[in-house]
Design a binder for this molecule. Structure first.
Ligand SMILES: [Zn+2]
Length: 245
């Protein structure tokens, strides 16, 4: 029974490792999402600057067009005969000139915004690159943790069959049957008073007596192998569920 308990302890440690091997990569996925978000943020900043630069170019082109129009009107002024037409053209030219000065004002503020955007882009770029570097460092820590979990599991797995060989075949078969049925659960549990500590159900007195007498019996509710803590010397490290190594 002691050997079986040691085997169970090994199995639990192997299970813990396998769980960790499943959980650890999930942390990486979270960090990858974080990196994507940071990259998108940087993209957004670049786009803001580009948009402003585009607006500046568009305004400059607009002004050029309006200036061409003004020149045309000024040419027409030379050939106009009627005073009313002359006044109308002058009025048109004035309106266009006002449009130009509005656009020029807008260009000045766009250029200021561009300067600000450039400064903050440089800062953001630095900050975001640093954050990404930090995350990549975390990646390598996670990779190491994963490698360690795999290494510990392999060590435990190597110890498993020599340990299993020490267990009485019938007992071992019973234990393996329970484990293959229930997957990850304790297959061997102590009696707690007159209850099975695996499923917490009451064990019939007859069965309790047999277990106390040192016989190998399974709980009639959950099928776990029962043992008496008094019978098994407590020189076995209690199963804490903690991973070692
Ligand atoms: Zn039970």
């Amino acid at each position: 029974m002691k050997n079986l308990l040691k085997l169970q302890e090994l199995d639990l440690e192997i299970e813990k490792c396998l769980e960790r091997e499943k959980e650890i990569p999930k942390r990486k996925t979270k960090l990858e999402v974080q990196i994507q978000r940071l990259r998108a943020e940087l993209e957004e900043r670049h786009k803001k600057l580009k948009d402003l630069q585009l607006e500046q170019r568009t305004l400059e082109k607009d002004i050029e067009q309006v200036q061409n129009q003004i020149q045309k009107y000024q040419q027409q002024l030379l050939s106009v005969k009627k005073n009313e037409e002359y006044q109308a053209l002058l009025h048109e030219i004035e309106t266009l000139k006002k449009q130009i000065s509005l656009k020029e004002e807008r260009i000045i503020s766009v250029m200021m915004e561009i300067d600000e955007a450039k400064v903050s882009l440089a800062e953001d770029e630095k900050r975001i690159q640093n954050e990404i570097k930090g995350i990549e460092k975390e990646f390598s820590v996670i990779d190491e943790e994963l490698a360690k979990a795999v290494r510990v599991r392999k060590e435990k797995e190597a110890q498993r069959s020599p340990q299993a060989a020490l267990v009485e075949p019938d007992l071992l078969a019973q234990y393996e049957r329970f484990r293959s049925r229930k997957k990850s659960a304790l297959g061997v549990v102590p009696l707690r008073g007159e209850h099975c500590s695996g499923c917490n159900m009451a064990v019939p007195p007859q069965l309790v007596n047999e277990v106390l007498a040192g016989k190998v019996r399974a709980c009639n509710h959950c099928g776990r192998i029962l043992y008496s803590l008094d019978k098994v010397e407590r020189n076995i490290a209690p199963v804490t569920g903690e991973m070692r190594g």
